[in-house]
Design a protein around this ligand. Sequence first.
Ligand code: NAD
Length: 499
Amino acid sequence: MNHREILEAAGLRKGEISGGTLVVHTPVDGSEIARLSCHSPDEVRAKINSGAAAFQSWRSVPAPRRGELVRLIGEELRAQKDNLGALVTLECGKILQEGLGEVQEMIDICDFAVGLSRQLYGLTIASERPGHSMRESWHPLGLCGIITAFNFPVAPWCWNAALALVCGDPVIWKPSEKTPLTSLAVQKICQRAMAKFGDAPEGLIQVITGERETGEILTSDSRVAIVSATGSTRMGHAVGMAMARRFGRCILELGGNNAMIVAPSADLEMALRAIVFSAVGTAGQRCTSLRRLIVHEDICGQLIPRLKSVYSGLAIGDPLAAGTLVGPLIDRDAFEAMEKALAQVRADGGRVHGGGRALGNTFPEACYVHPAIAEMPGQTEIVKRETFAPILYVMTYKELDEAIAMQNDVPQGLSSCIFSTDLRESEYFLSAAGSDCGIANVNIGPSGAEIGGAFGGEKETGGGRESGSDAWRGYMRRQTNTVNYSRELPLAQGIKFEI
Ligand code: NAD
C-alpha cells in the first residue's frame, strides 16, 4: 500500500486531514502526509466540559456494563488491526511488525479490562467496635486526561483508556503533535464501538489535537481529575508540578536508561539476540530500549565482536517493507541528538562502532541511521542521559555488586535485566539490594513488557504504574466505610463522651 492508501484504509479522509496548521511528516521518507487543524483553547475547554458532564452519568453505569463498551472497542480493534498497525508504522516509523504489535497490546488490554470490570474489588476490614462493619470501596475518580508520546502513539492511550473507562472515568486524549493521525483513526474505532453500545454519554471518549500548550490546558483545569502523561522527563516535571499545584492526581511514565548485566554464566546466544532486539528495535526509540550493556570482563572478548558483526549486517530500511529490522528516527532533531551524543562519547575517550546516516541517497528527507555501539572507559555523564536513538554503551565489570551499583547509578529507573544461569546471582539482582527499577528481568531483555504486569519505573521515570496488576486503582478513589448495625454508639479509641 502507498501512503495515501494507508491513510484511507485507516478511515482518514483527505478533507479532514488537510488545510490545517499542524503539519505531519512520515519518517519513512520525510514527506508531508497531512495538515491538521488544532483545537483552540476554547474548544479544548468545551471538550473538558463535555467530558466532565459525561462523568455524571458514566460513574453510575454498572462496571460490567462499562466493560461491555471496552469489549466492543477491542472487537473493532481486532477488525482494524492491519490498517491501524500500518498507520502506526507510517506515522512513527517503527517496523510493521511492531506497529501491529502495538495494536495487539491495545486488544490485550481491552480483554484484560473487560475481566477487570467485574473485579474492582475492595476489602472488608475487622472493626474494633461491636455491631460494626468496615469496608473499603472504590469509586470512579473523574475525567482522565491522557497525554502520549510519539514513539508509542496508540498502545499507552489504550493502557490508560481501557482501565479508566471500566473504572467509570471518561477520557480525553492529547496525542503527540508528531503522531496525531493515529489518534484520529482510534477515535473513529471508538465511535463505531459507542454506536454499537447504544447509550454511551457524549464526551465519554475524546481527542484534542495540538502541541504542548494544548496539554497544559488539561493539566491546569481542575475538572480533569487525573492526568496520565507519557513522554520525556522534562515534560513530566512540568506536568507533575502543574498537577501538584491543584492537588490533581497524575500518573507519570517518563524516560528510561535501561541496562543489561551479562554475567559469566550467561547463555551468550540468548543474550546476543536479546541485546540486538532491545537495543536496535524501534531504532532505539522505546522508553525501554537497551542503552547500557554491563558485561563481565571475562566474556567481553567473546560477546562484543559477535555483537559488532551482527550490527554490521542489520537490515536497515523502509519500515513498511518485509525483512526490515531497523526503521528511521522520527525526525532531524533526533538525528542531531544522536550525532551530538556520539561526539561526546569520542570526547570522553569512548570507541564508536557504527553510527552515522544510512540510506541518505534513497531517502534524502528522512533520518535513517546505523545503530552504534560505544565502548566506554566508564559510565560518563553522556551515558547517564537518555538519548532517544540507537546507541548502546558498553562497560565492563569484575564483581556483581559493582555491576548493580553501575546499573542503578543513573537518574532514571524504568527497566533492567540480568543474563545469568546462576540462581544466586539472578535472585540477588531481583532482591531489595539489586535493581532499583520498576521492571527487572532475568534472561529477557528490558523492552517488550506484557500488559498483565504493572508497567512503569522509579526516580526520573516518574513512579507511575499503568496497564496490568492493580494499576486500575490509579483511576479510582478509595473510600473507607464504617457501618454501625448495633443499637449503641461506641466510639473508637475507647473514648467516653457522655452528653
Ligand atoms: P515529549 O515529552 O516531547 O512529548 C510527550 C507529550 O507531552 C506530547 O504529547 C507533548 O505535546 C506533551 N507535552 C510536552 N510538554 C508538556 C507540558 N508542559 N504539559 C502538557 N503536555 C506536554 O516526548 P516524546 O519526544 O514524544 O517521547 C519520547 C520520550 O517519551 C522519551 O523520553 C521516552 O522515554 C518517553 N516515553 C516513556 C514511556 C514510558 O512508559 N515510561 C513510554 C514511551 C515514551
